[in-house]
Design a binder for this molecule. Structure first.
Ligand SMILES: NC(=[NH2+])NCCC[C@H](N)C(=O)O
Ligand SMILES: [Mn+2]
Ligand SMILES: [Mn+2]
Length: 288
């Protein structure tokens, strides 16, 4: 889906990630993989924007409702849901589905952005800039109510890693609810190993599962150029790998999504390949 973003193309992200060999890669490290295919998403050209501050609200609600149901079903079967995006608004459905099975879900939000806007604070009207707020129960009731639970996650179980572009309303919200944010400043200052140790201890404390929501724009655009909202000065390829390896070692991951891959803006599918490489590290792949 790309209805949550202004720039077109992230709807092709899942194809690019499949083409980069995600299934083979995960099978190589010993997983049995079933590709459930794509969810049905409205065609932008046949729809119109009703609320400029919540663009394509209804269409996004429909997709996320469907996504929440599949995610919950797969967890009930004892499977691990890995969701490919798509714009970051799909986190709403993923987390809604997981929250039905995990009473206290920890979340690592790997992103250049906070995605903590609401219809009142958004500079763009794009729902992909609101999905973390929605999951915390802050936002339009049609979004926060998806899956029935509202809120789905608690601020003390969430960390943002890689932030370097936050809107004014997002900064206020972070302070108001006491959200832990490891900005690029903390990553530079403490180094990724310390940041991940602290992050994992936060999302692991008092939780019964952990979701990784990885927006490829968390990486530096040099390493991940195929994203719609790039911000310079990001996490390097190597730091990202280390973060994924530390997640695998912590052994608490219960779902993951890799979002915002935009093949139109990419260079020879580089960003989709990076996504696949990071997935394999998060799932325990090691050189030796
Ligand atoms: N998932 C993303 N790439 N989000 C970008 C959000 C950008 C900006 N903060 C907005 O609300 O529009
Ligand atoms: Mn982002
Ligand atoms: Mn995002």
């Amino acid at each position: 889906m790309d209805l949550g973003a202004d720039r077109r193309g992230v709807d092709m992200g899942p194809s690019a990630i499949r083409y980069a060999g995600v299934k083979k890669r995960l099978e190589m490290i010993g997983y049995e993989v079933e590709d459930k295919g794509d969810l049905k998403v409205a065609t932008r050209e046949s729809e119109s924007i009703v609320y400029p501050n919540l663009k394509y609200l209804k269409q996004i609600v429909d997709v996320n409702r469907a996504l929440a149901i599949v995610v919950e079903q797969e967890v009930n079967k004892g499977r691990f849901p890995l969701i490919l995006g798509g714009d970051h608004s799909i986190a709403i459905g993923t987390i809604a589905g997981m929250a039905k099975r995990k009473k206290d879900l920890g979340v690592i939000w790997f992103d250049a952005h906070g995605d903590l806007n609401t219809a009142e604070t958004t500079p763009s009207g794009n729902v992909h800039g609101m999905s973390l707020a929605v999951s915390l129960g802050i936002g339009h009731p049609d979004l926060t109510g998806i899956g029935g639970l509202d809120p789905k996650i608690k601020p003390e179980h969430v960390v943002i890693i890689g932030a370097r572009e936050l809107d004014r309303g997002e900064k206020e919200l972070i302070k108001r609810i006491g959200l832990k944010v490891f900005t690029m400043h903390e990553i530079d200052r403490l180094g990724m190993p310390r940041v991940m140790e602290e992050a994992l201890s936060i999302v692991g404390k008092g939780t019964d599962g952990m979701h990784l929501s990885l927006d490829l724009d968390g990486l530096d655009p040099h390493d991940a150029p195929g994203v719609g909202t790039p911000v310079i000065g990001g996490i390097t390829y190597r730091e990202s790998h280390l973060a994924m390896e530390m997640i695998a070692e912590a052994n608490i991951l219960s779902s993951a999504e890799f979002v915002e891959v935009n093949p139109i803006l990419d260079i020879q599918n580089k960003t989709a390949k990076v996504a696949v490489a990071l997935m394999s590290s998060a799932f325990g792949d090691k050189l030796l």
